[in-house]
Ligand binder design. Structure first.
Ligand SMILES: NC(=O)c1ccc[n+]([C@@H]2O[C@H](COP(=O)([O-])OP(=O)(O)OC[C@H]3O[C@@H](n4cnc5c(N)ncnc54)[C@H](OP(=O)(O)O)[C@@H]3O)[C@@H](O)[C@H]2O)c1
Length: 221
């Protein structure tokens, strides 16, 4: 398969890259610093805070699927997920690939966005502690980032592309298990965390699953 992976030097992104290479896929990695990539990868250099549309279009042209692990490294990157994803979507619309898989976050289903001002108050998959305690703590800590992810999801939902949005809870650096749980349209009951490696495995798996197209998928250990 021919894949274009954005943010391939990030936590999930690096797992996407390593797993895709191990599977024999033909990978183009779009990153800020190609010096941090393994030697055998086709690299495209792009800062998604100020993207060059022609560079991104060339990077996605001919891809069977585009995957993104984009997210803010620090406060200085605030807003990067929506801005960068908008650029990725525009490049795909211009260059032709249709399959897009991105990372969001478990609490985002309850976060308003301009086109979805009244989301449900609770995610159907969340239990008591998640609904009434943890989600309030997470919202207080990450309100700005979740708002950007809600906008990102809206950009993807409105793209006309064949998208899948993956919403993990807390990410860990634990090794791949392959035993994660998933559900369309909701989070997983008692799903407090998941390894980045498992999120990457699932993102690569859903590329070939027609049922996953135009779905938001919860994932958790
Ligand atoms: N942390 C959690 O527990 C958690 C839970 C649920 C959901 N999430 C979501 O999952 C996302 C991915 O998580 P992660 O741990 O894999 O993130 P990460 O390791 O911080 O990776 C973020 C990636 O985005 C890239 N990036 C940032 N700004 C960029 C820019 N201007 N241009 C190009 N690339 C840029 C980074 O590039 P560089 O490598 O060059 O820095 C990096 O590759 C998070 O951002 C968050 O939205 C996180």
């Amino acid at each position: 398969m021919k894949l274009t992976i954005f943010a391939a030097t990030g936590g999930i992104g690096r797992h996407l890259l390593d797993q895709a290479i191990a599977a024999g896929d033909d990978v183009t990695a779009v990153v800020r610093d190609p010096g941090r990539l393994p030697g055998r990868v086709r690299a495209v250099t792009a800062d998604l805070a100020a993207p060059d549309p022609a560079v991104l279009e060339a990077a996605v042209a001919g891809a069977d699927a585009v995957l993104s692990g984009l997210g803010p490294r620090s406060k200085a990157d605030a807003g990067i997920t929506s801005r960068g994803t908008r650029a990725i979507v525009a490049a795909m619309q211009a260059a032709g690939p249709r399959r897009l898989v991105i990372v969001s976050a478990a609490p985002v289903g309850t976060v308003p966005s301009p086109g979805r001002p009244n989301p449900p108050r609770h995610d159907a998959g969340d239990g008591f502690w998640m609904r009434h305690v943890f989600s309030h703590v997470a919202m207080a800590l990450y309100r700005e980032h979740y708002a950007d992810l809600a906008l990102t999801e809206e950009i993807v939902r409105d793209s006309g592309l064949d998208w899948t949005i993956v919403r993990p809870p807390k990410l860990t650096g634990k090794p791949l298990t392959g035993t994660y749980r998933t559900a369309y349209g909701q989070n997983l009951r008692g799903g407090w965390s998941v390894p980045r490696a498992d999120v990457a495995r699932y993102m690569l798996r859903v590329i070939g699953e027609p049922d996953a197209v135009k779905q938001v998928a919860g994932i958790a250990s």
